[in-house]
Design a protein around this ligand. Structure first.
Ligand SMILES: C[S@@+](CC[C@H](N)C(=O)[O-])C[C@H]1O[C@@H](n2cnc3c(N)ncnc32)[C@H](O)[C@@H]1O
Length: 259
């Protein structure tokens, strides 16, 4: 009997070690663990959502009006306590560089989540620049609104709640936007290509508009990458990095619209 219990405990332990190893090394396993298992357990234990837990931490640790401290607080929470799908520290630096180099008047972000990348982009924009960010989940948008306000960026950022495919065609008329200088693409990966086509068809891109797409390796956006790298309408470049807060390869694709 004792032998059977020891054997069962050994099998469970080996199973846990194997899962742990896979979660550390394999992007798909990591996303499955952090998004499906860990998040649900914490939601059950805390009775609030992951974005609400991030917001509570930011309220406690960031300096109101200091965008850098807001981004740093989110990074501290997501590196040390609980993973979340923000662009993160390493890829965030690439995003910062592209924003600074582009120095845009009008930016569109697809996928706000808690507003982490919104804050990173917003703090680098000139005072008169506009940042429009689209989020389809109203609960995430509610949290993002508070995080953006805490960062002191609410006058620069407009959050649109709804699906990108419905909102992109309305941008010109509803928000009086002529064209976009920078588009940060970071929503569900299967939307990257249809929404890029929608941006083209809506006449929102001009010669020189920069598209920056996150997660082109993990979880990956193969249809988008195939299109953007093979189209004569874009000059495209890949920036290798790591998946947010983990040691797994991921990267950003920067593509300049050539008209
Ligand atoms: C990876 S997260 C965005 C992370 C954020 N850009 C950051 O780095 O802090 C993706 C977000 O896109 C939203 N989303 C996914 N598909 C969307 C769509 N078609 N329209 C609007 N929002 C979408 C999801 O609800 C989710 O909050």
């Amino acid at each position: 009997m004792l032998y059977m219990v020891a054997l069962a405990a050994g099998i469970v332990l080996v199973g846990i070690l194997l899962v742990h190893r896979q979660v550390r090394r394999n992007g798909r396993w990591a996303l499955w663990w952090h998004d499906r298992v860990d998040e649900n357990i914490r939601d059950f234990l805390t009775r609030i959502s992951r974005p609400e837990r991030i917001l509570a931490y930011v309220k406690k640790h960031a300096v109101p009006g200091d965008a850098e401290s807001v981004a740093n607080a989110i990074d501290a929470y997501c590196s040390g306590v609980e993973w979340a799908m923000n662009i993160g520290i390493d890829k965030g630096k690439i995003l910062d560089r592209v924003v600074s180099e582009t120095d845009p008047d009008t930016v569109l972000e697809l996928g706000t989540y808690c507003g982490y990348s919104t804050v990173r982009i917003g703090k680098l924009l000139r005072p008169e620049a506009r940042l429009i960010t689209i989020e389809m989940n109203p609960d995430y948008a509610k949290v993002a609104k508070q995080i953006i306000a805490l960062a002191g960026l609410d006058s620069k950022v407009e959050i649109l709640v709804g699906s990108s495919s419905e909102l992109i065609p309305q941008l010109k008329k509803k928000l009086d936007i002529k064209t976009l200088d920078l588009v940060f693409i970071d929503h569900w990966k299967e939307c990257y290509l249809p929404d890029t086509r929608c941006l083209e068809e809506s006449g929102l891109l001009h010669k020189g508009t920069v598209l920056l797409a996150d997660n082109v390796v993990c979880p990956g956006a193969p249809e988008y990458v195939k299109y953007i790298r093979n189209s004569s309408r874009y000059r495209s470049e890949y920036f290798s990095s790591r998946l947010e807060y983990l040691q797994v390869e991921d990267g950003l694709e920067k593509s300049v619209f050539l008209g």
